[in-house]
Design a binder for this molecule. Sequence first.
Ligand code: KG4
Ligand code: ZN
Length: 340
Amino acid sequence: MSSQNIYILGIESSCDDTAASVIHNGKILSNVVAGQKIHEEFGGVVPELASRAHQQNIVPVVHQALKKANITKEQLNAVAFTRGPGLMGSLLVGTSFAKSLAYGLNIPLIDVNHMQAHILAHFIDEEGFEKPPFPFLAMTISGGHTQIVKVDSYFNMTVIGETIDDAVGEAFDKSGKILGLGYPAGPEIDKRAKLGNPKAFKFTKPKVEGLNFSFSGLKTAILYFIQREVKANPNFINDNLNDICTSIQYTIIGILIDKLKLASKQTGIKHIAIGGGVSANSGIRQALKNGEQKFGWTTYIPKFEFTTDNAAMIAIVGYLKYLEGNFAEQSVMASARLKI
Ligand code: KG4
Ligand code: ZN
């Protein structure tokens, strides 16, 4: 088969989304995600429930991805899967499924690092979306991670800053929990942040040296602030919800942009990409765009469906590794703490 006609199946199961995608020569043919509603009532992902749901979802999700791509499994050239980082039980479901499928079809198996995938999603062929030139800076912001990565080539990346405690998505979700919002709270805070005053309430930014982040202090500051205000006015949250959300989002975005400015200054790199669930946030997207005027950045913001966990990003890494002949052995193991 010519190198012009490569079909790769990508499988993602690192957290609470079971996803499968087919990519053909760098272009996504299907991108199927089954979310798991079961976690909502617990206010966070319950690992044991997540792996059970993955087991139920994985066969129909892969089936649907192949169907939407209008190909049969026999046409696949390789199977790519998320090896880590993530929840061990969840990763095991995708890993064992991918191994069996590749083995049964007698085609290569390709292991993918989830954090690299959030970054390399920018290399999916997509009309209207530019691919960043090397080197560029990528900020991955999700429910599990907050990193600034210097990307010198597809597989030569260095983490130059990361959170020392909570991830930025957790800052959104935990703040939301304090306010009584559902899980995950990021999208709801984002929606309300369009309606309030960003300077209504002031939260101090954490003082962390260099390019590292910290978000746990902010969560505590918000908790104490709300407890104090609710004591004085039991309806404080209801009366001010939009302003509170807007102020929280404004503070978080300020923290992210400050660190990006520093990273850009230290490295001299002005091409800046974002990825991960929180990059769906309309405020961070706008702040990044503003950086083009203010700081001379060129920014790369992924298509919405490639920001939160998805398998298209796993499929593009699978394709890039396929072109390099970089395959995994059948003995490869899931790795919950896999590093970039
Ligand atoms: O990348 P992702 O889907 O899963 C992880 O790998 O963690 O990210 C999920 C996170 C959650 O914390 C969720 O609240 C956050 O992304 N998120 C948002 C928005 N959409 C999702 N946070 C802020 N604004 C949004 N619009
Ligand atoms: Zn993710």
